[in-house]
Design a binder for this molecule. Structure first.
Ligand SMILES: [Zn+2]
Length: 469
């Protein structure tokens, strides 16, 4: 035996030992003692291949993103209570820069991208309880499929900024990371997705590239955007909030992007927001996305929240590890420590990754069939789980994937692919040991976000209990 073959053998033995060790320690061996479900083995589902033409990081214009951020910072402050009319300083200067960039992008979209300013008023403690003028900027790429054109996928960043005192519109507040970076991501998505023609037909659903104000005064711009979308007759298919997505100073950068999602109140059927987060991770890959199963960071909030609270799919992207010296701080040096949210702390390679991690899921979701509706789990107290759902006719849909996962597993697996059934019995699968969901699959390989199957639950208690007399 040659030395090479001997060492190959030794390596194989070593590898086998470590596989056994890993299996034993991860509980896989123990799990095998559970009764198999279904008893005859799971059907091997036919899997439609994901669509080609994924946006690559090479296509992302980091220099263009940097220029957007620098232009916004050059407005001095973008506090929502600062001037909306001064072209050189204040939040109105920020709006002007965003409108100009979107108009430039619209020129290369063959006239498809429409730029709109949405004016509104908001009042609360952070406007001194007086109505304050605010504006959002939207770039709208209308869906080409009449069946889905009223479904909108939104990517958003907020262009207002704040200094240490949120009520002082005169202090410098560069807001490079919070949140010119998120605005740059939203505008870069507009550029990437409006210039390219997916096949001949365009996107099925509508895409909305937003830059909102009033976030620091209390999420007013996002709240306004939600009611604007509803007034326009849109159903929100997904909302991707980008807030503080520009810095990644820890060694080894670029790191993964954190993606926050609220889980909802039902423990057997996660919220649409959690399902949107899973869909994004599946499209972008685990090496790009760090799922965080929480609505937001502790004691912080963001523009995805009004959407989440309305039961809509909404998630938040945020950089890996925040530096609080560079957020919500009036620029200054104290005891040799520099405070302030400046461009020099940003990592545009990381921010470019965030843009790609938004754009590719938006591309696929806007090309996907509609989500199934009325997804229910039936078959309780019987040997076979039953999955029941509805969906409109759609000539571009290949079928549906029935998904399942162990209740302790974070991610779905495909149990079965079905072409048209509205009720499918999973033979020999208990209703009680897994969670279930359904998603639509396009002939083009796209998937809708999953819809968790909710089960009818009997009340925990009826009647009353009294101490004996
Ligand atoms: Zn922010």
């Amino acid at each position: 035996m040659t030395t090479r073959r001997r060492s190959a053998r030794r390596f194989a033995a070593l590898a086998l030992t470590s596989v056994v060790l890993v299996m034993a320690s991860s509980g896989i061996l123990r799990a095998q003692k559970d009764p198999p479900e279904p008893a005859q083995g799971k059907p091997a589902p036919k899997l439609v291949v994901r669509p080609a033409g994924a946006i690559s990081s090479r296509e992302v214009d980091e220099a263009g993103m940097r220029s957007v951020i620098e232009q916004l910072v050059a407005c001095g402050t973008r506090n929502s209570l600062s001037s909306w009319t001064d072209p050189k300083r204040g939040v109105g200067c920020g709006r002007d820069r965003i409108v100009a960039r979107l108009n430039e992008i619209a020129k290369n979209s063959a006239g498809r991208l429409q730029v709109t300013i949405d004016k509104f008023e908001a009042s609360g403690t952070r406007t001194k309880n007086k109505p304050a003028r605010m504006e959002n900027v939207y770039g709208i790429l209308p869906g080409a499929d009449p069946q889905l054109a009223k479904t909108v996928f939104i990517v958003s960043g907020h262009f207002d900024s704040r200094a240490s005192d949120v009520m002082d519109p005169n202090l410098d507040s560069p807001g490079a990371d919070d949140d010119a970076s998120g605005v740059a991501v939203s505008l870069e998505c507009a550029r990437l997705l409006s210039r390219m023609s997916p096949g001949t037909g365009g996107y099925r659903a509508t895409l909305l590239f937003a830059a909102v104000s009033g976030e620091e005064q209390y999420l007013y711009g996002a709240e306004r955007m939600l009611s604007w979308a509803q007034q326009q007759g849109y159903t929100v298919g997904g909302m991707l909030d980008n807030d503080i997505v520009g810095a990644d100073p820890a060694p080894g950068a670029p790191h993964r992007i954190r993606l926050f999602s609220g889980g909802g109140e039902q423990d057997d059927a996660d919220s649409p927001s959690r399902e949107l987060a899973r869909a994004i991770e599946e499209i972008d890959g685990r090496e790009a996305i760090r799922l965080v199963f929480a609505l937001d960071r502790v004691e912080r909030g963001g523009d995805h929240e009004p959407f989440y609270l309305a039961g809509l799919p909404a998630v938040r992207f945020t950089e890996p590890l925040e530096d609080y010296r560079h957020q919500h701080q009036t620029p200054r040096t104290e005891d040799g420590v520099e405070y302030g949210d400046q461009v020099k702390y940003l990592n545009l390679e990381f921010a470019g990754n965030v843009a790609r991690a938004n754009a590719e899921p938006l591309r696929q979701l806007a090309l996907a069939p509609a989500v199934p509706t009325g997804v229910k789990l039936g078959g309780g107290v019987t040997p076979d789980a039953k999955i029941i759902w509805n969906a409109e006719e759609d000539s571009q849909r290949a079928g549906f994937e029935i998904l399942w996962r162990e209740t302790t597993e974070p991610r779905w697996q495909v149990f079965q692919f079905v072409t048209s059934a509205r009720e499918t019995a999973l033979k020999g699968v208990s209703t009680d040991n897994h969670f279930f969901a359904v998603r639509s699959v396009g002939k083009n390989g796209t998937r809708s976000i999953a819809v968790a199957a909710s089960a009818r639950r009997i009340p925990l208690s009826a009647g009353s209990v009294q101490p004996a007399k």
